[in-house]
Design a protein around this ligand. Structure first.
Ligand SMILES: Cc1cc2nc3c(=O)[nH]c(=O)nc-3n(C[C@H](O)[C@H](O)[C@H](O)COP(=O)(O)OP(=O)(O)OC[C@H]3O[C@@H](n4cnc5c(N)ncnc54)[C@H](O)[C@@H]3O)c2cc1C
Ligand SMILES: *[C@@H]1O[C@H](CO)[C@@H](O)[C@H](O)[C@H]1NC(C)=O
Ligand SMILES: *[C@@H]1O[C@H](CO)[C@@H](O)[C@H](O)[C@H]1NC(C)=O
Ligand SMILES: *[C@@H]1O[C@H](CO)[C@@H](O)[C@H](O)[C@H]1NC(C)=O
Ligand SMILES: *[C@@H]1O[C@H](CO)[C@@H](O)[C@H](O)[C@H]1NC(C)=O
Length: 488
């Protein structure tokens, strides 16, 4: 028995070693084919370490090499090697996915950091934005032109994943999801050909890329409509557990009554290092909100508050997201028509329940983010998109995300925590359904807010057959199937 065990484990070791060297050969083949604009890094190099970095520890792996392509043509050459050698690979922009394997691999890790341009064209009112940037930098660089784009709300989040998935922004009430203001994609197709994808040139791909992630190739930059940007008012306010009754009432009122598209809130019920708090982003798209806009929040006793007139980028930098970097993590969401006090009370119960249950297992961060948007926030598309479904788009009341996220320390408990986040979402969805709060399209789940086990139909609904047909046409050899991600 023992000897048999040894044999099996020795074979496994040998197989692993063989696989490792095979990936190394692919790295060398990539190195031999790319131009001098691109670089390949191996373990031990600081730029390898930078290239693979993910703020969520469970989303990071150690690849055979990191490739930083410098041109779209080199991306094409890399994909050709990957296809010829059938090498597993990953594409990473900001690395903020909470799904292991979505932007990490043991094979060839493509880090898009060299695609870092922000080029504003005043004549067309558009900006070309490299996929390797984080939103902090995009907002910083558009500031000198007094314009902005519809992007992420929190420091550190990447351009690529957010723009290929959908994009919830502080400007969503005014202009829709981020994908609703994209006008062009520079795309490297799975066969290595570079294409500029617009509604008029490639309507099917334009539809597919708006929500379709890495199914159709690798995007190097995005062309987006810009909007005028003044200084904004807002920041973060933090409430102690003792004020939860008042905050709950204020959130429910805001969710039901707010009509000003320039006003947005992003409260998170958080349990962190034993404290239950609400950390709330408050945003007004102008230097001073009209009197009364946020009084129901600012009148409540807080632990800390930095609300003020500031630049847009400064607003984004005020978010505390980096405090959980290094933890393992998982996401799951549900969509509700609005946030009632009853639902928020159930959220508070869930927070308590899972904190007690999972703190002994190394759970150190438990968060429920409440994302109320105006009922018509999905009514701004410039053309059809892979996400959300036409049915969700056409609703009078679009789904409001309730995003659950847990952070923990030990990989031993990965399955338990992923399952717990999922179970909590299911329990709240059942509760919301009983209260008549579940969105009419509860299945319009946002791909950037759900775990990898989520059925594709829950994200893409009726769009799925069209997306599958498009993928069969664009990627007949299933090159993108060698990387992780939601696969049509
Ligand atoms: C703290 C935090 C805050 C967040 N806030 C928001 C928010 O305000 N609004 C919102 O909408 N979402 C938000 N998200 C979710 C976020 O949109 C996703 O995590 C998103 O995938 C991040 O993009 P990224 O480029 O950083 O991720 P990555 O992990 O680099 O990529 C995610 C996926 O997209 C693919 N991909 C990335 N770039 C490319 C490319 N150029 N070509 C092809 N495929 C590519 C990757 O292969 C991977 O499958 C937040 C997430 C976190 C952790
Ligand atoms: C890169 O290659 C180009 C020609 O392909 C050459 O003109 C350029 O000098 C090279 N740059 C470096 C830094 O070697
Ligand atoms: C503030 O609270 C009052 C009393 O609950 C409510 O009537 C009002 O709608 C709230 N205002 C906003 C902007 O949410
Ligand atoms: C958060 O981390 C990212 C990268 O890891 C960094 O670029 C960003 O500046 C940090 N934000 C803040 C507010 O420190
Ligand atoms: C690459 O794929 C595209 C899209 O399917 C196709 O139009 C193009 O002809 C292909 N190019 C090559 C060189 O095969």
């Amino acid at each position: 028995m023992l000897s048999r065990f040894l044999t099996v484990s020795t074979l496994a070791t040998l197989a692993f070693a063989a696989t490792g060297s095979e990936y190394h050969a692919a790295c060398e083949a990539v190195e031999a084919t790319v131009s001098n604009a691109s670089k390949v890094y191996y373990p031990g190099n600081l730029l390898y370490t930078k290239g693979i970095y993910h703020p969520t520890a469970s989303s990071q792996e150690s690849p055979a090499c990191v490739v930083e392509p410098g041109t779209p043509e080199d991306v094409g050459r890399i994909l050709n090697v990957i296809n010829a050698m059938k090498t597993p690979f990953a594409v990473k922009s900001g690395g903020h996915t909470m799904n292991p394997g979505f932007s990490s691999t043991k094979g060839i890790h493509i880090y898009t950091g060299k695609f870092s341009q922000v080029t504003y064209d005043a004549a067309s009112g558009t900006a070309v934005i490299g996929t390797g940037l984080i939103w902090d930098n995009v907002y910083q660089r558009l500031q000198e032109h007094h314009v902005n784009v519809v992007g992420g709300r929190v420091t550190g989040v990447g351009v690529g994943g957010l723009l290929l998935g959908g994009g919830y922004s502080y400007k969503t009430n005014q202009y829709g999801l981020s994908i609703d203001s994209i006008v062009g994609f520079n795309l490297v197709l799975p066969n290595g050909t570079v294409a500029y994808v617009t509604q008029s040139a490639h309507p099917d791909l334009f539809f597919g890329l708006k929500g379709g992630f890495n199914n159709f190739g690798i995007v190097t930059d995005f062309t987006m409509n810009t909007f005028p940007q003044t200084e904004v008012w807002g920041g973060q306010i933090m409430y102690p557990f003792t004020q939860f009754n008042e905050v709950r009432a204020a959130i429910a009122d805001f969710s039901a009554d707010s009509q000003d598209p320039k006003a947005a809130i992003l409260p998170s019920y958080i349990s962190y290092q034993g404290n239950h708090i609400i950390n709330q982003g408050i945003f007004y798209d102008g230097p001073n909100p009209p009197p009364g806009t946020f009084d129901n929040f600012t009148n409540i006793l807080s632990v800390s508050s930095d609300l003020k007139t500031r630049s847009y980028v400064d607003m984004i930098l005020s978010s505390p997201a980096n405090s959980t970097a290094g933890l393992r993590g998982s996401f799951q969401m549900l969509g509700v028509s609005h946030f009632s006090q009853t639902l928020l009370e159930a959220v508070e119960e869930e927070l308590k329940y899972w904190t007690v249950k999972l703190t002994p297992k190394g759970g150190s961060f438990f968060s429920y983010s409440i994302e109320p948007f105006l009922p018509n926030y999905l009514s701004h598309p410039n053309s059809p998109s892979a996400f959300p479904t036409p049915a969700a788009r056409n609703l009078g009341k679009a789904p409001n995300p309730l995003l659950i996220s847990f952070g923990w320390i030990d990989s031993f408990y990965d399955d338990e925590f992923v399952g717990a986040v999922e179970e909590s979402a299911n329990r709240l969805a059942a509760m919301a359904e009983a209260e008549g709060l579940l969105s009419d399209h509860p299945l319009a789940l946002y791909g950037n807010y759900v775990n990898s086990r989520t059925p594709l139909v829950d994200i893409y609904g009726d769009n799925l057959p069209r997306l599958r047909a498009l993928r069969a046409e664009i990627d007949p050899e299933d090159v993108m199937g060698l990387s992780g991600g939601f696969r049509f």
